[in-house]
Design a protein around this ligand. Structure first.
Ligand code: ARG
Length: 485
């Protein structure tokens, strides 16, 4: 008879089970073909648990050392692709534990003292997600830097600012990019908060009720870096909650969904701007594809896919919310379903952030010591489109208000002027002074400064407005923030 109970699936948990599991049920209940991805976190958690078991006198020094050596060997086997994952052993936890016992005998069987897979898996997912979230924070910073580098070069480029997708008022192209920078900086903050809450220790909750062993949970938390900014351990304070809630995964996916929504809005604009009707920008060829039938085509596939993948990530958020909604306390196997959506969210988000940084700012080329690719801005096209849209109509109204007209009357008067210039097929600034005076006699020659796109943009000096001096101040603030980060 085998000395390792995990060698035999029917006995993986106890001798109670006499019937072998059907292959279909085995496949249905197994998670190892996806949760093997947690192996580093699983081993990290086990190493900390074993060290603590030794320090409180539950494990002998020899057992602890054997466990440590065995786990490090297993990590190496998995790293190098030599490890044999067994579906019959259900999940990453049982696979690793079985191999440990195979390697070191009885000491391996002692590792699970005072622990359940319920607090083990909750710990693993938190550890894994914490580290992934840190990477995502860094990728969000890189994307902000990419936007900033393009913004810096285009403060004086005039873009038709839109509402309802109709030309509204002239804005600086840099100002427009900085709007996305604000969104991504809030995303970064959200990710930091999510990371902090995720970084809390469930281990020690055991199956659901805690354990009678004198575990030192604070020590485990410290060993795993699950501490707050003051270095104090962060520990789940209720064992039932610790093993069962996955709100940290939902929060993360929610924050990820918002990042993707912001990316999707930007994508939509890039796609529009790249179309022939706008022709405001060009994307580097390597982010576009051609058509198999229409030789003239260059399609913005990367932003289109990002827009599509947003639906996928938001779908994962919905999936996780539904996964949680009817679960009674404490652990239920439903929770095994948290992993695939979470893994896919992380992968999709990381790839999208990487590709967007490069698509926007280009890639640093050592040879030429310059950036290659990146967003190509067609400033003249943007300006012409702004001129066509009567974007300074509000400025004319404001001018009349300064001359003493009530705003509503000024609004009406300018509507007449716009109607007239539309009929003539010219911009407001192309009307003669006499013509303008026919709408209101208080108009004088200084009106032409007000009617110019630059005049309009330069005048919007409120904090957060589009005047270049404001935009430069914002660029300065972001630069400081992102260099410190
Ligand atoms: N693979 C399981 C999961 O992902 C591990 C926990 C299993 N616990 C249990 N009591 N069956 O949730």
């Amino acid at each position: 008879m085998s000395t390792n109970p995990l060698d035999n699936k029917a006995q993986a948990w106890s001798a109670l089970f006499t019937e072998p599991m059907s292959e279909l049920v085995q496949r249905y209940t197994s998670s190892v073909f996806f949760d093997h991805r947690l192996y580093k976190a699983d081993i990290q958690g086990s190493l900390a648990h074993a060290q603590m078991l030794y320090s409180v006198g539950i494990l002998s020094q020899a057992d602890w050392q054997a466990i440590e050596k065995g786990l490090l060997q297993i990590r190496q086997e998995i790293d190098s692709g030599q490890f044999e994952w067994k579906l019959a052993l259900e999940d990453v936890h049982l696979n690793i534990e079985a191999r440990l016992t195979q390697l070191i005998g009885d000491a391996g069987k002692r590792l699970h003292t005072g622990r359940s897979r319920n607090d083990q898996v909750a710990t693993d997912v938190r550890l894994w997600l914490r580290d992934e979230t840190q990477e995502i924070i860094e990728l969000l910073q890189a994307l902000q830097r990419a936007l900033l580098s393009v913004a810096e070069q285009h403060v004086d480029v005039i873009l038709p600012g839109m509402t309802h997708l109709q030309v509204a008022q002239p804005v600086s192209f840099a100002h427009h990019l900085l709007a996305y920078l604000e969104m991504f900086s809030r995303d970064e903050q959200r990710m930091r908060e999510v990371k902090q809450r995720t970084n809390t220790l469930p281990l020690g909750a055991a199956a659901l009720a805690g354990t009678s062993y004198p575990l030192d949970r604070a020590q485990v938390a410290k060993l795993l870096g699950m501490v707050n900014e003051q270095g104090e351990p962060q520990i789940c304070q209720n064992s039932l909650d610790a093993v069962s809630d996955r709100d940290f995964a939902i929060e993360f996916t929610s924050a990820a969904s918002l990042v993707m929504i912001h990316i999707s809005r930007l994508s939509e604009e890039l796609i529009l701007w790249m179309s022939q009707n706008f022709a405001f920008i060009e994307l580097a060829d390597r982010f576009t594809t051609g058509s198999s039938i229409m030789p003239q085509k260059k399609n913005p596939d990367v932003p289109e896919l990002a827009r599509g993948k947003t639906g996928r990530v938001v779908g994962h958020l919905m999936g996780l919310l539904m996964l949680m909604k009817s679960q009674p306390l404490a652990y239920n196997k439903d929770n095994q379903e948290d992993k695939e959506p979470l893994f896919d969210t992380v992968d999709t988000l990381k790839d999208t952030l990487r590709i967007f940084s490069e698509m926007i700012a280009g890639e640093w080329d050592e040879k030429t010591q310059s950036r290659l690719g990146g967003l190509k801005v067609k400033a003249e096209r943007m300006k012409q489109a702004t001129l066509k849209g009567y974007a300074t109509a509000t400025d004319l109204a404001d001018y009349l208000v300064k001359k003493g007209l009530p705003f509503r009357d000024a609004h009406e008067c300018v509507a007449h002027a716009v109607k007239e210039s539309m009929a003539m097929g010219v911009d407001l600034s192309a009307l003669s002074l006499e013509k303008l005076q026919s709408f209101n006699s208080s108009i004088e020659s200084d009106v032409f400064e007000v009617l110019s796109l630059e005049g309009s943009m330069n005048a919007r000096t409120t904090l957060g407005g589009t005047a270049p001096e404001q935009v430069r101040a914002q660029i300065h603030r972001h630069t400081k923030r992102l260099t410190l980060a």
